[in-house]
Write a protein that binds this ligand. Sequence first.
Ligand code: 5GP
Length: 212
Amino acid sequence: MARRGNLFVVSGPAGAGKSEIVKTVLRKHPDVHLSVSCTTRAPRPGEVDGVSYHFVDDARFDELVAANAFYEWAHVHQNRYGTLKSAVQQGLDDGHDLILEIDVQGCLQVLEQNPDATGVFVCPPSRENLEKRLRNRGTETEESIRVRLNNVAGEVATAYRYDYVIIHQDWADVPNALEIAADELYAIITARRLERKNRLDFLDALTESLKK
Ligand code: 5GP
């Protein structure tokens, strides 16, 4: 029987660097796949439909919700984002280890529905680091920094429901912080592949061959 892939959900507060970490893993390890989500937001320059996202309008998103086509979906920053059931099923059936890089609300939905999924929470190293990043953008008012830090507090409170926590260090302190975090994510993926339950076909075949 062909190996079924494992499902990984990667989430964490905005600004913690989860998408850079996931992109680094995908670039270094072509054996890891990303599920392409649907979104109602407009494409940014350079984004390709069907690769970055499936870009859909509100009416189409409504149709997909009504057809129960989403594994999970959520409102994030005035837009809607959703993971297609078909994309997840196909990926796992093809034996791919699949990452969903989604927001905290979506992640919790997946972890509740699928006890077999592995939840990975990407965290900033400290409040000071997050505050520094928000201030460095130069676009945030004191009030909006306070609101954002408050939102992060709510997101960090959900970290206790995940299986793994990656601390994405400040590159000012740890110059190769991104590489370290990406290696840690790939280590989690590797560990799941090596679990006994994923090795039963091999062990059975070896056991059989030794009887001869
Ligand atoms: P962006 O618009 O910057 O690409 O993504 C905004 C946020 O939406 C990010 O936190 C990203 O992880 C999240 N997101 C992307 N795709 C999905 C999805 O399919 N479901 C959910 N719940 N969140 C998503």
